[in-house]
Ligand binder design. Structure first.
Ligand code: UDP
Ligand code: MG
Length: 313
């Protein structure tokens, strides 16, 4: 079994020597144990780093063919760098395991992922067993995010980051997704095939600092929701419908009061009209939104289906 580790790196010169040392040791151990073939690789993807990251990667490659490198022409963000790495190696290996360069993901999770792969599982998600090393704020926002995504109808694995094993056919499936706005956590479950989850402890970042400040995280969360779900548009239609129903109810009340001889209130009448117009407008915006949502989903050119087996003798 030929395993390629895919590690996106952006300005990671501080952690790279340690990451390389630990991953090399891990891979050599797996090769010695006969679990992976000797031509397996560690692929570092340099995401347009401004520091010495690429120089380090090239030097490691020269020293030891176990280390490979892919260099992006400029910084394109974690999701793009990761997908670039996966698609670059997809025809060279039997499976990939992706993880961050900062050693936050426990590298021993590779063993459990291989166990699952050997059972015939195509997609093995790595999920955090606890968020003890995250700040209370990060824990709260991250877990809230997963819950929000679920409520939006997105099929994502709770507390799973971008540490996962993908078999070759899962990678082939993933390569058929034509979208530009990437949210891999949401796309991988759409690929299908047998999947399972393995749990690991998430550590602190080994060195250097996070490349995901709050602003980037919020952007990422927003990207996640808008790239997976057109439900927010439906909220607009819902609100419009609510206004409309409200205006009808108010109008009935107004009419009943008029019939009971309680007087003609022009202010109430205008309020009803205002609510009615507001409702019609909001509903119309929602309706147009439904079509925009359809166009949006069509424009992603996602595969309509992926066939896993065809029995035809
Ligand atoms: N990363 C990347 N491109 C970017 C930002 C980050 O390839 O533009 C990589 C980074 O080198 C690391 C991974 O993405 O391997 C996760 O980033 P980080 O550890 O900073 O995020 P955090 O764990 O703090 O959420
Ligand atoms: Mg990290």
């Amino acid at each position: 079994m030929k395993l390629y580790l895919v590690i996106p790196c952006y300005n990671e010169e501080a952690v790279l020597p340690e990451t390389r040392a630990r991953l090399t040791e891990k891979m050599k151990g797996l090769i010695a144990a006969g679990r992976i073939s000797p031509d397996s690789r560690i692929v570092f993807v340099n995401d347009g780093s401004k520091d010495k990251t690429w120089e380090l990667i090239s030097a490691y490659h020269t020293e030891d063919p176990l280390v490979s490198g892919v260099c992006l022409s400029r910084n394109r963000g974690h999701q793009n760098a990761l997908l670039c790495g996966l698609l670059t190696v997809k025809d060279l290996c039997d499976a990939t395991v992706s993880m961050d360069a900062d050693l936050q993901d426990d590298i021993n999770v590779i063993d459990s992922m291989l166990d699952e792969y050997e059972k015939g599982i195509d997609v093995v998600y790595g999920a955090r067993s606890s968020r003890a090393t995250d700040s209370a704020f990060k824990r709260f926002t991250a877990e809230g995010f997963y819950k929000l995504m679920k409520s939006m109808g997105a099929d994502i694995v709770f507390n799973s980051a971008d540490c996962r094993l993908l078999s070759r056919r899962a990678l082939d499936g993933l390569s058929e997704f034509g979208e530009v706005n990437l949210f891999l956590r949401g796309m991988v479950p759409m690929v299908g095939y047998p999947s399972s989850v393995v749990y690991y402890e998430r550590h602190e970042r080994f060195a250097g600092e996070s490349k995901y400040p709050l602003k980037k995280m919020l952007n990422f969360a927003f990207e996640g929701i808008t790239s997976l779900s057109v439900k927010p548009i439906r909220f607009i239609s819902g609100a419009g419908l609510l206004f409309l129903l409200g205006s009808f109810a108010a109008f009935v009340v107004w009419l009943v009061r008029l019939c009971m001889g309680l007087g003609f209130s022009s202010v109430s009448f205008l309020s009803c009209l205002l609510l009615l117009v507001g409702g019609v407008l909001t509903l119309s915006v929602g309706l147009v939104g439904e079509y925009v949502g359809k166009v949006y989903l069509e424009s992603k050119h996602r595969p309509r289906f992926i066939v896993s087996e065809f029995l035809n003798e």
